[in-house]
Design a protein around this ligand. Structure first.
Ligand code: 4AD
Ligand code: MG
Length: 447
């Protein structure tokens, strides 16, 4: 039998006979010809079955194929500029057809389906070309993340998922029963990362995190993946430099390796192509002034029906604020020095101005909002104890975390990049639910 070849590699086999294993994406034909759009998980190509080239039984079998039927064909690879497919441009002139299964009437067709129906059929919807492209970009982003961190001296040390306490606020905890003791699914690996840097210098964890978010927005999942680098002897300014290098690497790697996928997604690449260091920096104070000036003029927020809402100094940004701010810049923008009161207990306050903290959020262009949250961490044990108390967190449980400040404390910083939000931005999607194979949203955990 001819060698099994992936559709994505057909370009290397022009003029050769190959075997393709896959499924029928679409079928047309007339008379002596059957045109199959065949997909194999790596791409889609046209396979042409001409009656004169196969046995009578095989031609009949090809004629009877339905959408999503599984099959194995052999055939001759031809370069054909007009041949549709992903990446397209190659066609297989079929010589043998083996049908594995004739699929039942498939519920998903190219016509429009409601989102509820598609989510209920997520196990099938994943086969559709936009979903396929998105998951492939996600995998490349994961590779790019590891590639950059591994290549820049970070050690991957993973952190526990079952934890005894909150790290990012108590309102979004998923509680579980740990043999009679309450425990929680991790909202972040950060606190453990902080222990790890004193052993390894620069570390990262990368895995699923959980937040019982009561908000039903386009950007929130209950279970999402976060990569969290943490760095010893690193202050806020150095952290921002790391973030812009890291994010630029991810985006450039996608542009290099995901051209076919981004084309399927009809992604406008103009903004992505500009993602390179340095990124603009914006102090929270200046951001508030920009927002309020725009609100006074009645400026509209791109993509929103209403003008920019005013903001009071000290409040956190809402989505329209983030969208408005990000729209003022061509590249992602680093917003730093948020009010201490809206941020987590562990962030280092600014020495001569403790009402703001040494935090930074990265906002993506085009309305994709916050991709990264990070900060310099409190490094003084007494200040940290006071903050734990002020936030009414259980002292005993954080004893070990305070310990880190007793044995060789140093300035240190880190951040968390949300994988799904990054995929949403790179792919140009309207909703985060399409960025993970089986999303967990406020209203849905099935299938
Ligand atoms: O800003 P957050 O809450 O930061 C932390 O958890 C820090 N402990 C990270 C650190 O410094 N090590 O979350 C970080 C990022 C957000 O910017 C966002 O991209 C993503 O995680 N994120 C979510 N993504 C999807 N659904 C949710 N519910 C998310 N919550 C946060
Ligand atoms: Mg945040």
């Amino acid at each position: 039998m001819a060698p099994i070849v992936a559709i994505t590699n057909l370009k290397d086999h022009v003029g050769e006979e190959v075997t393709l294993q896959g499924w029928v994406y679409h079928k047309t034909g007339k008379g002596k010809l059957v045109f199959l759009q065949m997909r194999d998980g790596t791409g889609i190509c046209q396979a042409v079955v001409f009656k004169g080239n196969v046995s009578e039984a095989e031609f009949e079998a090809a004629t009877a194929l339905t959408q999503e039927s599984s099959l194995i064909v052999t055939g001759l690879v031809k370069a054909e500029a007009r041949a549709p497919g992903i990446p397209g441009g190659y066609e297989v002139d079929v010589r043998t057809v083996q049908v594995r299964q004739i699929a039942d009437a498939y519920p998903i067709s190219p016509k429009e389906h409601g989102i509820e129906f598609l989510m209920q059929n997520r196990h099938l919807w994943l086969r559709s070309s936009r979903q396929w492209a998105t998951m492939r970009v996600r995998a490349v982003i994961m590779q790019a993340i590891r590639e950059w961190l591994d290549g820049n001296g970070f050690l991957n040390v993973d952190t526990p998922i079952i934890t005894p306490a909150a790290a990012e606020g108590t309102s979004t905890l998923f509680e579980i029963d740990y043999h009679g003791e309450p425990a929680y699914l991790a909202q972040t690996g950060q606190l453990y990362n902080e222990a790890d840097i004193f052993a390894f210098g620069k570390v990262y964890c990368f895995g699923p995190t959980f937040r019982a978010e009561k908000s039903k927005t386009r950007r929130h999942l209950q279970e999402f993946w976060m990569v969290e680098p943490e760095i010893a002897f690193c202050d806020l300014e150095q952290l921002m430099e790391i973030e812009e290098q890291f994010v630029s690497h991810i985006v450039q790697r996608c542009l290099r390796d995901c051209a076919a996928e981004l084309k399927v997604l009809e992604r406008d690449l103009t903004h992505l192509q500009k993602v390179a260091p340095p990124f603009p920096r914006l102090h929270y104070d200046d951001a508030v002034n920009m927002i309020n000036a725009a609100a006074q003029k009645g400026e509209l927020v791109p993509g929103y029906p209403d003008p920019v809402p005013p903001i009071e100094w000290g409040d956190d940004f809402g989505s329209p604020h983030e969208t408005y701010l990000a729209a003022q810049f061509e590249k992602p923008v680093l917003v730093h020095h948020y009010p201490t009161q809206v941020k987590a207990f562990y962030m280092e306050p600014e020495a001569d101005r403790p009402e703001v903290c040494r935090s930074v959020d990265l906002l993506a262009p085009e309305g994709y909002g916050e991709i990264i949250g990070g900060s310099e961490r409190m490094s003084d044990p007494e200040k940290l104890i006071a903050s734990i108390q002020a936030h009414q967190l259980p002292q005993e449980i954080y004893q070990w975390y305070v310990d880190l400040r007793r044995y060789g404390s140093v300035v240190h910083s880190g951040f968390g990049l949300g994988l799904e939000r990054t995929v949403m931005w790179v792919c140009g999607l309207d909703h985060v639910r399409e960025t993970i194979a089986f999303p967990r949203t406020l209203t849905n955990m099935r299938p």
